[in-house]
Design a binder for this molecule. Structure first.
Ligand code: F6P
Length: 373
């Protein structure tokens, strides 16, 4: 009697790590193992796939990783994947290890990589690996999902930092700029400016000129100076993609304050804090752990059902054409989106032409009119 081969899943995390990636790895591995699959972890993203660096991922290796930030598999940015020979090498690794299903956990570039590897036109009929994406990026710039894994934790980290900065800013009646990550997306800056009751926010989607930005900050400082009932602190959150280098912004605001408002208390100086990679690290929030577990569940179930070139997504029920997205049979709150459609929507988000971006900016302006600049 010949033993039937077990189906095999490979899991890969790629691009900028995001808190909750480990929760996704854990859920995908544990669910697949329970379904009778073998599970392999790919080391260092697509680099490991190209180099053939895959290791078994038994249940004991993942069961306790839900609390940890980063990714136990390691991650990398892999520009080589843009070249055909690297994609051929990745496909050869998948064939050599007889991988039936690949789950790619990552953001825009990682999902594009998944699409390129499984592209039927390039991979040909012989390519036997099904591929499903799971969106994970603190930037929240993946189309067709309301939330990517890691965004909630990143927002909480920023809000905590801004609360602390607000304490010292209030104590000294100072103006602080706080720069937050997000690449070309202003999502983190916009949401956290509301959640931390910041006095101002600068984000790329507003398309403000440098001059407008400076005048708006100075208006905010002027209003703060007029306050008599509470500290004259000003906290302005700046998205890293806003396009104004921090030093230049500080000097321009300081000069304009001196010109327009004068310097009643001696020299006027601003302070800047660049949160940088702090925003990307740390223990994932409960929401990110849950989101990651649920999206990974949907991804594994989709692979088992024979699906490929899809992305597990977190979307409110709405009128989405069924050729683009169908509700997941595994989880009524999740969707299975066509990977191509998700990538087109991601590109629109990046260019600022997406309806989601327009809604986001409008909702933001209604919630925080006094902040928008
Ligand atoms: O995409 C996630 C992200 O953290 C962005 O917000 C940021 O611009 C970028 O990655 C930083 O990349 P790296 O860690 O390669 O410097």
């Amino acid at each position: 009697m010949t033993a039937t081969k077990k189906s095999r899943l490979a899991i890969l995390t790629s691009g900028g790590d995001a808190p909750g990636m480990n929760a996704a790895i854990r859920a995908a591995a544990l669910i697949a193992i329970r379904e009778g699959w073998d599970v392999l972890g790919v080391r260092r993203g697509y680099r490991g796939l190209i180099d053939g660096d895959l290791r078994p991922l038994p249940a004991e290796s993942v069961v306790d990783v839900i609390r940890a930030g980063g990714t136990i598999l390691g991650s990398a940015r892999c520009p080589d994947l843009e070249e055909r020979p690297a994609r051929d090498a990745a496909r050869a690794t998948l064939a050599e290890h007889a991988v039936d299903g690949l789950i790619v956990i990552g953001g825009d570039g990682s999902l594009r990589g998944a699409r390129a590897i499984a592209d039927p036109a390039e991979a040909g009929d012989g390519f036997a690996t099904r591929v499903i994406g799971v969106p994970a990026s603190i930037d929240n710039d993946v189309g067709f999902t309301s939330a990517s894994i890691g965004v909630d934790t990143a927002m909480n980290t920023i809000v905590e930092a801004c609360d602390k900065i607000s304490d010292t800013a209030s104590a000294h009646d100072r103006t602080f700029f706080v720069e937050v990550m997000g690449r070309a997306s202003g999502y983190l800056a916009m949401t956290t400016s509301i959640a931390s009751a910041a006095d101002g926010v600068i984000f790329p989607e507003a398309h403000a000129s440098e001059e407008e930005i400076v005048e708006h900050v100075v208006d905010t400082i002027e209003r703060a100076r007029a306050r008599t009932d509470r500290p004259k602190r000003v906290v302005v959150i700046v998205a890293e993609g806003a396009g104004v280098p921090m030093e230049r912004l500080q000097r321009a605001v300081e000069a304009r304050v001196a010109e327009r408002l004068g310097e009643p208390d001696g020299n006027f100086e601003t302070r800047a804090t660049v949160l940088g990679h702090v925003v990307r690290g740390g223990r994932p929030s409960a929401f990110d752990r849950l989101l990651a577990s649920r999206l990974a569940h949907v991804a594994v179930k989709a692979l088992i059902a024979g699906k490929t070139l899809k992305m597990a997504a977190w979307l409110l029920p709405g009128k989405i054409p069924s050729r683009l997205a169908v509700p997941s049979e595994a989880d009524p709150y999740c969707w299975l989106v066509d990977l191509d459609a998700a990538l087109v929507a991601t590109e629109r988000l990046r260019r600022g032409t997406s309806q989601m971006v327009r809604w986001g900016v409008r909702i933001f302006e209604e919630l925080g009119t006094s902040l928008a600049m």
